[in-house]
Design a protein around this ligand. Structure first.
Ligand code: ATP
Ligand code: MG
Ligand code: MG
Ligand code: MG
Length: 473
C-alpha cells in the first residue's frame, strides 16, 4: 500500500463514519502567536475545542502538514538518527467536537488498524494515562487486549498539550512491536522505559478535556472532545514492511535524488545520516516556503534558514560543492503535489527562494569551514572538550553558521559547543548594536539641530550640549 493510498483510505474510512474531510491548514498558524509552526492536526480546530468557534460539522478528518522544529514539539535534532522522526511530516487525524468520546475513538482506531490495514493484533499495544481506568477497560473490551498489553504511563507520554497553553488532555496511544531485531541496547527495552525504534508509536488518541492558561491552571472544556494523530510516514513504514520511514515510497525518490546529486550510495546505517537529513529538510523547506515563510534572521524565517543551511552543509559533507537543494523541490512536488497542490503551483518560486539562499550561504560556507577546521584543531590542541561561545558566535556572525550547524560539526569531532557562552556573546552584540543605534540617532539629531540652527541664523546653538546633558542623565 503506497503512502498516498493510506492517506486516501484513512480519510475515506472516517468520511464513512460521518466525518467531514477538511483540507490541511497552512504550516503558518493563523492568528496564533503561541505557536511557531503547525505541529498537529488539531491546531486548526483549537478555537472549536475551546468553544470559541463553531463549525457546521461535529466530526472532521484531515491529513495535516506539520513541522516540529521549535517550541514545545521540536524534533530537529532527532531527524536522521531515529527511523521515525521528521521535521516535516503528515499527520492523519479524526476529530470529534463534543460528539463522540473515548469509546468510539478507540473503536474506530482499532477497526482501521486491524480491519482496513490488516495489522496483526498480537503485535499491537496500547498505552493509557496512569489513572485512566476507563480507557484501559475499553482497550480490553473493544480490542480484546490482555491487561499486560495495556500500559499505564505518566504525563510525559500520555498527557498531550499543543503548547504551554491551550487545549490538552490525557491520551492513549497505539504502538506496534517491530520485532526483536529493532531492540535497543537498554537492559530494559520496553514501552515507556526506552525510546527506541522497536516500540513504534503510531497513533495518539487525545481525550481533549482541558484548557491550560498562562498560569498553568486547567479548566474543563465546554465539551469533552476527541483529537487523534497518526504519522503517515510511520504507518507507511509498517505497511510496507521497511525498516524506516526513509525507506517508504514517500521518501524513496527523494533519497534517490540525493544519491544522484551527490554521486554516492545511501546506506541505512549511520553512514546514511546526511542523506536522511537532506531528504527531510528538502521536504520541510519546500512546504514552509510554499506556505509563505522566507529565510530571515528571526522567528519562523530563522528556523527555515537554519533547516536550509543545515541541509546545505550536509550536502558539503557528501561532497556537493554547489547549490543543489533547490533541485530537490521538483521531486517533492511530483511525489506530494496531488495531495498538496500548493507545492506544485509554487514549485518555481520555491526553487528560486532556495537557490538564492543556497548561493548566499555558499559565499561564506567555504571560508567558514576553513575557520571551523582551525577552531577544532585549536580546541583539541588545548585539550578542551568544547568550542567556546565566542568561537561559535564568530562563525555565526561572520559566516552565517546557525548554532545547530556548528553543533553538528562539533559532534562530528567528538566535541560540544558552549551554548550559554554563545547566548551571552549574542546578547553582548545586541547590547552593542543597541548602543550604536542610539549613537547614530543622536548624531542624526545633532545634524538636524545644526541645520535648523543655520536656517534660523542662530548665533548661539546649544543643541550639542543640551543633547549631551540629556544623554548623560
Ligand atoms: P514520539 O514520542 O515518537 O516523538 P510524539 O508522542 O511526540 O511522538 P504525538 O505528539 O503524539 O507524537 O503526535 C501524534 C503522532 O504523530 C505520533 O504518534 C506519530 O505517529 C506522529 N509523529 C509525531 N512526531 C513525529 C515526527 N517528528 N515525525 C514523524 N511523525 C511524527
Ligand atoms: Mg515527539
Ligand atoms: Mg510519544
Ligand atoms: Mg505521542
Amino acid at each position: 500500500m503506497t503512502g498516498n493510498e493510506i492517506r486516501e483510505k484513512f480519510l475515506k474510512f472516517f468520511e464513512n463514519k460521518g466525518h467531514t474531510i477538511i483540507a490541511s491548514s497552512s504550516l503558518v498558524p493563523h492568528d496564533d502567536p503561541t505557536l511557531l509552526f503547525t505541529n498537529a492536526g488539531m491546531n486548526q480546530f483549537k478555537e472549536v475545542f475551546l468553544g470559541l468557534d463553531r463549525r457546521p460539522y461535529k466530526r472532521a478528518t484531515t491529513s495535516q502538514k506539520c513541522v516540529r522544529a521549535g517550541g514545545k514539539h521540536n524534533d530537529l535534532d532527532t531527524v536522521g538518527r531515529t527511523a521515525r522522526h521528521h521535521t516535516f511530516f503528515e499527520m492523519l487525524g479524526n476529530f470529534s467536537f463534543g460528539d463522540y468520546f473515548k469509546r468510539e475513538a478507540i473503536t474506530y482506531a482499532w477497526q482501521f488498524l486491524t480491519e482496513e490495514l490488516g495489522l496483526p493484533k498480537d503485535r499491537l499495544y496500547a498505552t493509557v494515562y496512569r489513572d485512566d481506568e476507563e480507557a484501559a477497560q475499553l482497550w480490553q473490551e473493544i480490542a480484546g487486549l490482555p491487561p499486560e498489553r495495556v500500559i499505564r504511563l505518566g504525563e510525559k507520554d500520555n498527557f498531550w498539550s499543543m503548547g504551554d497553553t491551550g487545549p490538552c488532555g490525557p491520551c492513549s496511544e497505539v504502538l506496534i512491536d517491530r520485532g526483536e531485531e529493532f531492540k535497543c541496547a537498554a537492559d530494559n527495552c520496553a514501552i515507556g522505559a526506552c525510546d527506541c525504534d522497536r516500540w513504534l508509536e503510531i497513533w495518539n488518541l487525545v481525550f481533549m478535556q482541558y484548557n491550560r492558561d498562562e498560569s498553568g491552571e486547567m479548566t474543563p472544556l465546554p465539551k469533552p472532545s476527541i483529537d487523534t494523530g497518526m504519522g503517515l510516514e510511520r504507518i507507511a513504514s509498517v505497511m510496507q514492511k521497511v525498516n524506516s520511514n526513509f525507506d517508504t515510497d514517500l521518501f524513496k525518490p527523494i533519497m534517490a535524488k540525493v544519491e544522484e546529486l551527490s554521486g554516492s550510495v545511501y546506506y541505512q546505517d549511520e553512514r546514511g545520516f546526511p542523506f536522511r537529513v537532506i531528504a527531510d529538510h528538502a521536504r520541510a523547506c519546500t512546504f514552509l516556503i510554499s506556505d509563505g515563510v522566507l529565510p530571515s534572521n528571526e522567528g519562523r524565517g530563522y528556523v527555515l534558514r537554519r533547516i536550509l543551511r543545515r541541509a546545505v552543509r550536509f550536502g558539503k559533507v557528501l561532497g556537493i560543492e554547489k547549490p543543489f537543494l533547490y533541485q530537490m523541490v521538483g521531486v517533492v512536488a511530483d511525489l506530494m503535489g496531488d495531495a498538496y497542490p500548493e507545492i506544485r503551483e509554487k514549485q518555481t518560486y520555491v526553487e528560486q527562494v532556495i537557490k538564492i539562499e543556497e548561493e548566499r550561504f555558499h559565499e561564506t560556507l567555504h571560508e567558514g569551514m576553513r575557520l571551523v577546521s582551525d577552531i577544532v584543531e585549536k580546541v583539541k590542541a588545548e585539550g578542551r572538550q568544547s568550542i567556546s561561545g565566542q568561537e561559535a558566535f564568530l562563525l555565526y556572525d561572520t559566516y552565517g553558521f546557525p548554532l545547530d550547524l556548528t553543533e553538528d560539526i562539533a559532534e562530528e569531532h567528538g566535541l560540544t559547543v558552549d551554548k550559554d557562552g554563545f547566548a551571552a556573546a549574542m546578547e553582548e552584540q545586541r547590547t552593542r548594536a543597541r548602543a550604536a543605534r542610539q549613537d547614530e540617532a543622536m548624531l542624526a539629531g545633532q545634524e538636524l539641530y545644526a541645520e535648523v540652527g543655520q536656517k534660523l541664523g542662530a548665533t548661539e546653538f546649544t543643541g550639542y550640549s543640551e543633547l549631551e546633558t540629556r544623554a548623560n542623565v
